[in-house]
Design a protein around this ligand. Structure first.
Ligand code: NBP
Length: 501
């Protein structure tokens, strides 16, 4: 009998939690996993402890799973991104019927999503690529959901996606707390909205992850400066973050940083963070964001720096060896906390504005490249809850794009402009202090270079273009001639350097 409202394939961390979230909202859900032992274990666990367990149906075979879902079927995939997703779709297709909707909730590359949408549409099915943010807890109690695909398919999925998404207060934009197993949050504004066609949802999720990389890196640089320049213990620095979390910087990442820094080590000696090895991993969405920025010529240098910072951190053995060979200034502690802390706070806030400006510039370019129509104010709105980058600050971004939907760059919005003007003296001091003390702050520094570059009516690219014309006849435009009119100088041969033989 077909009585399931929706189906889900892939019962690892994300799939299990999203299935329970869906069941908690009153939907009957059929679930399937490649290795059916995982399905059996999950169903057994649900029976033991999940209030909504009667609405979760486990299936050992794919045909039975598909038959159990009401038509037009909605089938969510939460399997490993890449080839496993293609394999899963190929196995599923023979059982689908016209109008069925496949929803990929994995972290797919947007070009794969564009391809899959085309292939499934040609076969008479629908395909939605939906970003799902917020990790395990988000999936269980309310993620931020970023769906891309046909509007027709979205209309069918929308009620479920709105029900299971994180909710924020309609007036303040602050996430509504308090969901428990079997007791979802009621009311509030859901953190989901139609993003656009084909791969747009996954692209937006990827840029969200790229912003997450830089947000985290900026916080790490602030922590490192406080540690090096004040020589305080982790909990004292945690107190600074707890204080920052009451103001403009208020966000999930600042909040958890305060918690992390206050956590004592289970060994009983000092704080946990001081025992964690300083090498950071990555799964690839930051790299995709940076490489998409490079491909499209968008100057998202701070986002790219955040990816490189992780790569540099991974060179632990090389860094240890180099630390005995390469000299630099020793960081001097003993700075006045009353001056240093507000300065670092401003440097963090200004850099964060630049990082988001870069993320939104990337989205603006991508929509031209891929033919999407993105609503930036809405995107900031659906990131206010359920995802790692949720922050009070996002409401300001929504306000900025609502005031001017054609805003060229977030930094030009009056609120952000005045924040940058107010904070820049401190920001410059902090970057200079870091340089003088030999403390690496690539994200603070690159964000500041972006700000200074973007506000420069003139840059030394005049010389660069002349160099290109000199050695490669690449031509140049002149400031005293209309744009688009190109010149080439037959540079005096006598002045040319000898070419290597
Ligand atoms: P994983 O990314 O670890 O994937 C495990 C699932 O993929 C299992 O159900 C596994 O089945 C299935 N699978 C694999 Br692996 N190869 C398969 C194949 N060839 N055919 C069919 N199924 C296959 O799980 P996850 O961490 O829950 O993430 C699920 C998706 O959500 C991923 O795309 C991930 O990038 C994305 N995501 C994850 C997070 C997070 O915080 N973890 C956050 C946001 C998005 P098996 O049990 O039979 O091996």
């Amino acid at each position: 009998m077909s009585n399931a409202d929706i189906g889900l394939i892939g019962l690892a961390v994300m799939g299990q939690n999203l299935a329970l979230n869906i069941a908690d909202h009153g939907y009957t859900i059929a679930v399937y996993n490649r290795h059916h032992e995982k399905t059996d274990d999950f169903i057994a666990l649900c029976r033991q402890r999940e209030p909504s367990h009667e609405r979760v149906q486990g299936h050992a075979d794919l045909a039975g799973f598909v038959r159990a879902i009401k038509r037009p079927r909605k089938i969510v995939l939460l399997v490993k991104a890449g080839q496993p997703t293609d394999i899963t779709i190929n196995n599923l297709v023979p059982y689908l019927e016209a109008g069925d909707i496949v929803i990929d909730g994995g972290n797919a590359h947007w070009l794969d999503t564009i391809r899959r949408e085309k292939e499934l549409t040609a076969k008479g099915f629908h395909f939605i690529g939906s970003g799902v943010s917020g990790g395990e807890t988000g999936a269980r109690f309310g993620p931020s959901l970023m769906p891309g695909g046909s509007r027709e398919a979205w209309a069918s999925l929308e009620p479920i996606w709105r029900d299971i998404a994180a909710k924020v207060d309609a007036d303040t934009g602050v996430p509504l707390p308090g969901a428990e197993p079997g007791k979802p949050v009621s009311g509030g504004v859901p953190c989901t909205a139609y993003v656009g066609a084909d791969g747009s949802g996954h692209y937006v999720k990827m840029v969200h992850n790229g912003i997450e990389y830089i947000d985290m890196q900026l916080i790490c640089e602030a922590y490192w400066l406080l540690k090096q320049l004040l020589d305080w213990d982790a909990d004292a620095i945690g107190e600074v973050f707890r204080e920052w979390n009451t103001g403009e910087l208020s966000s999930y990442l600042i909040e958890i940083t305060g918690d992390i820094l206050g956590q004592r080590d289970p060994s009983g000696q000092g704080f946990l963070v001081d025992h964690v090895l300083d090498t950071a991993g990555q799964k690839g969405t930051g790299l995709w964001t940076a490489s998409s920025a490079l491909e499209q010529g968008v100057p998202a240098n701070a986002i790219a720096e955040a990816v490189f910072a992780r790569s540099l951190s991974a060179l632990k053995d090389e860094r240890l060896a180099a630390s005995a060979l390469l000299q630099g200034p020793e960081a001097a502690s003993g700075h006045d906390p009353a001056e240093l802390i507000p300065a670092i706070r401003d440097a963090l806030y200004c850099s964060k504005i630049c990082a988001y400006a870069q993320g939104f510039q990337l989205l603006a370019e991508a929509q031209k490249t891929y033919g999407w129509t993105l609503d930036f104010g809405t995107l900031a709105q659906i990131w206010r809850g359920g995802c790692i980058i949720r922050a009070r600050f996002l409401q300001k971004i929504t306000d900025a794009y609502q005031a001017d939907p054609n805003l060229k760059n977030l930094m030009l919005d009056p609120y952000f402009r005045s924040s940058l003007h107010d904070g820049q003296a401190h920001w410059r001091e902090v970057v200079a202090l870091a340089v003088r003390n030999g403390i690496p702050t690539p994200a603070f520094g690159s964000a500041l270079a972006y700000y200074d570059g973007y506000r420069s009516g003139s840059l030394p690219a005049n010389l660069l273009q002349a160099q290109r014309d000199y050695f490669g006849a690449h031509t140049y435009e002149r400031i005293d001639q209309p744009r688009g009119k190109f010149f080439h100088l037959d540079w005096p041969a006598a002045d040319r350097p000898e070419l290597p033989q």
